[in-house]
Each structure stands twice: as C-alpha cells, then as structure tokens.
Design a protein around this ligand. Structure first.
Ligand SMILES: O=C(O)CCC(=O)C(=O)O
Ligand SMILES: [Fe+2]
Length: 346
C-alpha cells in the first residue's frame, strides 16, 4: 500500500466514525448507509511510494550501485538509500576536487577567523552556496530533481550545501543519527534527504558513511535512540557516485584509518514547508541572488509556497488555492532584487 493511500484510508475512517457519533454532522453530505461518501483526492502530493513497515525492525543489505534512475528510486523506497554510479564526468570531478581543496586551504589560512570545522584532520566547509557556481550546479542537476523530488516532491528546498574533506587519518566514527532528527519520529515520510556527491572513492578504510539500510521503515519507537553500531554497515562506492539517503535513515561518517582524502559535497534538501538548515535570508550573498536563475531562487526558498514564504503580503496573479493538502502554483513574478522601503511617519 502506498503512503498516500494509507493516509487517505485513515482519513476516511476518522470521518465516518465522526459521522456516526455526531448528529447533524452529515447534513448536506451524501450518505450511504452509515458511511459518509468522501471523494478521494485526484492526485497525491508526492510520487513517493513507501515500502511497508519493518516491524519488528530489520536491517537490510546496502543496495548495489546502479546507473538506472528507476532502480535508484526503488532502492530509496526499499533500503532508504541509493548509489547512482557515474553521475559526474571525469573533468567535472577533477574541477570539483580542485576547487573544494582550494576553498579548504583558503578557509584554513584564516586561522582564528576561519569558519567552524576548519581545523583538524576532517574539515567541514559550510555554505557552499556562496563558494562557486560549480557547487551550485550540482544541486540543479536532473538526477537531484529525479531522486530527491521522488522523496520530497518537486518543490523541495535547499536546506544546506556543505563540503567535507578528510585530510589524514581519523580515529572516531560519528554517532549514528537521523538527518531529520528535528522532525517527530511519528512523521512517517521523508521530510529531508541528503544527496552526497562523492569526489573520491568511498571505502570503509577511508571513513565511508555507516548506514542502517531499511531503518526508515522502522516503527517510530526505533527512530528516537540510535541502534547499536554492530547493525550498521559502511558503503563502498566510486568517485562520481551520487549517494542519496532518506532523512529517516540511521547513519554517520566512519573513521578514516587509511588517511586518503575523502571528499564530498552534500546537498541537504527538505520539504517546501520545513525550516531550512542554513538561514539564507542572512547568509546568501547578494551577488549569488543577482546571478540566480528562477530554479535556484525557488530551491533557496525565495518564492512563495502556498501561503508560506510571503514577502510583505505577496501579490499573486492567480487567486491562491488554500484548500487542504495540495500542490501549489508558485507565483514567479516576485523579484528578489533589494527594494528600498520608505517609512511613513505620522
Ligand atoms: O560524511 C558522512 O559520511 C556523513 C556525515 C553526516 O551524516 C552528517 O554530517 O550529517
Ligand atoms: Fe547526517
């Protein structure tokens, strides 16, 4: 049964129970016997097809590398992750490695002024949105639209874009966590996902990501405290792979015993009604906004989504549809150029 069908089924059940208990409730509605006839929605909000719950919790294997988007979507539903091989051309890969390394060196050279995460053998680079068009190009690629749009619907937002480099050996693996930890565990759907662009071969000896495949399908009570490390396994995938994982999956980076660089760019994406990780309104450079095309502006959340994200009361050309759970028309005419406001005094 798909998630949409499941939700509609629950809704039907609630309505008909209410109909039975409260007199007069059914006035004006078409009643057949003791059931209220409610029309199901013509469309579901996302095309995500949920796999059934794993209750009791079961750990699945890591899915095989694939080059097929249909297979990758199925892997996301079944395992909670997919490994789409060969997604970056060699020249692009080399360019990304070089520019990530140059950015990392420049940030380290700032010493005490450097952003958080700059020192130590494992460097974190934050806010890659401001650090070069080559990083922004990644999040706009068709594969991200296809796979992350499958999980989150077509209007998903950029929550953050970060980069990571292991410069040498490390001894500590990251605590297992879920990237949508701020979302109640009872939310039975992906609210966020991570799309990692692997710039080096990810192998266990280089601290490749630990994952618990299938854990997105576990009941809510298993999504609050992390499971023991011995149920997790590490991925192995070549540079150029797009590694996408559901925000509900238990995971964390590994320890890099080999010391080989392990570089990646992370596109962290979320539902269009969820708070983004980076506060773009504060940190996105004006020159990035000036250069941004329509799609990037939407992905950054600089467009309205239904009644959300309005700008001093947004004027739209169409009457807004604000009924229930719907796909929303995004008015495109709103400019993100800075406007000077004049304050009227008395
Ligand atoms: O780098 C990795 O392998 C995982 C990192 C991670 O899970 C995170 O930063 O949230
Ligand atoms: Fe994470």
């Amino acid at each position: 049964m798909t998630e949409g069908q499941d939700m509609e089924g629950q809704e039907m059940g609630r309505q008909s129970r209410e109909g039975q208990n409260e007199e007069g409730q059914n006035k004006g509605k078409k009643v057949q016997g003791d059931r209220v006839n409610i029309k199901p929605a013509a469309r579901r909000q996302t095309r995500y097809e949920a796999s059934p719950k794993l209750d009791p919790p079961e750990v699945l294997p890591v899915p095989a590398l694939t080059r097929d988007l249909v297979q990758a979507k199925s892997d996301l539903s079944v395992y909670g992750l997919c490994l789409l091989e060969n997604t970056l051309a060699d020249v692009e890969l080399e360019n990304l490695r070089t520019s990530l390394a140059a950015q990392a060196t420049a940030e380290r050279a700032l010493g005490k002024q450097a952003p958080p995460g700059a020192d130590g053998p494992q460097q974190l680079l934050s806010n890659m949105v401001n650090k070069g068009a080559q990083f922004l190009d990644l999040v706009l690629k068709d594969e991200v639209d296809e796979l992350c749009g499958f999980l989150l619907g077509k209007d998903f937002l950029i929550s953050s874009i970060t980069g990571g480099i292991f410069h040498g050996p490390t001894s500590e693996a990251q605590v297992l966590h879920r990237d949508q930890g701020q979302v109640p565990a009872t939310a039975d759907f992906p609210a966020a996902c991570n799309a990692f662009w692997l710039l080096d071969d990810f192998e266990p000896s280089r601290g490749s990501t630990w994952v618990v495949p299938g854990s997105h399908r576990w009941p809510a009570e298993y999504q609050i405290e992390p499971p023991p490390r011995n149920v997790a396994m590490q991925i192995t995938a070549p540079a150029g792979t797009l590694f996408v994982f559901d925000g509900r999956i238990w995971h964390g980076y590994g320890a890099n015993s080999e010391g080989h660089p392990r570089r990646h760019v992370a596109n962290f994406l979320c539902l269009p009604w969820m708070r983004q990780q980076e506060n773009w309104g504060v940190t996105c450079l004006q020159e990035v906004l000036d250069e941004a095309d329509e799609k990037l502006r939407r992905r950054l959340g600089l467009r309205t989504y239904g009644t959300l994200g309005m700008m001093s009361g947004t004027r739209t050309e169409k009457t807004a549809r604000s009924l229930g759970n719907y796909e929303v028309e995004i008015p495109n005419h709103v400019s993100v150029k800075m406007v000077s406001y004049t304050r009227c005094v008395g």
